[in-house]
Design a protein around this ligand. Structure first.
Ligand SMILES: [Zn+2]
Length: 84
């Protein structure tokens, strides 16, 4: 089995959805704030620089910005015996 790992630096994707959620506590009222990336996309995400992720608290009626660092790797495995 052969394996190659690629680190992706950015994606030229205007609306990048993926199956994942980030849940944080509101810095003011401590209620759970959720960012669901399956419905709320990232636009042209960078994996080399911090990305600002926004959260909206309904209770505080305020938007909060959290800088995050993301990593994106693609792992390819293959077996040359399967070559057709
Ligand atoms: Zn709040």
């Amino acid at each position: 089995m052969e394996k190659k790992v690629f680190n992706i630096e950015s994606l030229e994707i205007k609306r990048f959805y993926f199956d994942g959620k980030l849940v944080i506590k509101c810095p003011s009222c401590k209620v759970d704030l959720e960012r669901d990336f399956s419905s709320d996309y990232l636009s042209y995400p960078s994996f080399t620089e911090a990305e600002d992720i926004s959260f909206y608290c309904d209770d505080c009626e305020k938007e909060y910005i959290l800088p995050v660092n993301m990593k994106n790797t693609i792992e390819i495995t293959y077996d040359l015996k399967n070559m057709k």
